[in-house]
Design a protein around this ligand. Structure first.
Ligand SMILES: CCCCCC/C=C\CC(=O)SCCNC(=O)CCNC(=O)[C@H](O)C(C)(C)COP(=O)(O)OP(=O)(O)OC[C@H]1O[C@@H](n2cnc3c(N)ncnc32)[C@H](O)[C@@H]1OP(=O)(O)O
Length: 243
């Protein structure tokens, strides 16, 4: 699957819905045993959740948007397929969540590309299931420090921390992703799938059990004037940085 929503592959409601439907179709296709996720937008894997979806909208919209974020994660993290992220650009926040939800992450070895859950820098808090996914990849201590600081780790540091599994030159990324996919697909599906379920079930079940509460929390949080102000200021900062 190639993300192609210029300029930065931000995860809008439309993008998330299309991504989830695409994953569902592949999941139901018995001929498809694995998916490589990458980007068709140069230098950006995904800029994370589309901030404009969280600014100045109705309560109904926030609810619908957050349900779509949850749905995407439940499908990807809970997928029976082998999932490989070929991270060919920067990948903050929700973009990082997508990479973390895959079985294996390969990143282009460009120190200008960074990845991480930087929510704290925006004055918002990564939800528990973002945090759980992060902890399951890098461990508690690294996750705690990285989340509190809202760190975006340049590719070499991301590899040192275990946030990505390996770095390769950008031109070799897809070749390497295909080789990793072949290695993972060489195992019998049932054994690999049951093992994956065993490793991820508790974290998935936690969101499923608290899904409505999580949506309510998001709506309450994002509707606060202080949070709206932080998000607006962040968007302005992005625009100023550009000019
Ligand atoms: C209780 C629950 C609480 C909520 C939990 C929320 C959980 C997750 C939150 C998120 O995922 S928030 C999103 C976090 N993302 C970021 O911080 C990334 C911000 N973007 C950047 O750093 C840069 O844009 C980039 C991705 C490194 C790309 O840089 P580049 O220089 O190539 O491009 P820009 O000029 O900065 O951007 C182009 C254009 O896109 C707009 N834009 C960028 N990112 C977003 C975004 N995430 N959402 C919406 N719009 C975005 C940017 O403003 C520019 O717009 P224009 O100026 O061209 O109109």
């Amino acid at each position: 699957m190639k993300f192609k929503s210029p300029p930065v592959n931000s995860l809008s409601l439309e993008f998330l819905t299309e991504f989830s439907i695409g994953l569902e179709k592949l999941e139901n296709n018995r001929a498809c045993r694995g998916v490589i996720i990458t980007s068709a937008v140069p230098k950006i894997f995904s800029s994370g959740l589309d901030i404009t979806e969280m600014c100045g909208k109705s309560v109904e919209h926030y609810g619908e948007f957050w349900r779509a974020v949850q749905e995407m994660w439940l499908r990807l993290y809970g997928s029976n397929m082998v999932t490989v992220a070929a991270v060919n650009g920067s990948s903050p926040a929700g973009g990082c969540l997508i990479a973390l939800s895959c079985d294996y992450r390969i990143m282009a070895e460009n120190p200008k590309f960074s990845i991480g859950l930087n929510e704290a820098q925006l004055g918002i808090v990564a939800p528990f299931w973002f945090k759980d996914t992060f902890v399951n990849v890098v461990g508690h201590r690294i996750a705690e420090r990285s989340l509190q600081l809202g760190s975006l780790h340049p590719a070499p540091e991301a590899q040192r921390l275990g946030l990505v599994d390996e770095l390769v030159p950008e031109e070799k990324l897809m070749e390497k992703a295909a080789a990793v996919m072949a290695q993972w697909l060489a195992l019998p599906d049932h054994a690999r799938q049951l093992t994956k379920t065993m490793m991820r079930k508790a974290v998935l079940d936690r969101l499923v059990a608290h899904r409505e509460e999580d949506i309510k929390n998001f709506i309450t949080f994002v509707s606060k004037e202080s949070i709206q102000k932080s998000l607006r200021m962040y968007m302005e900062m992005l625009k100023k940085r550009k000019s």
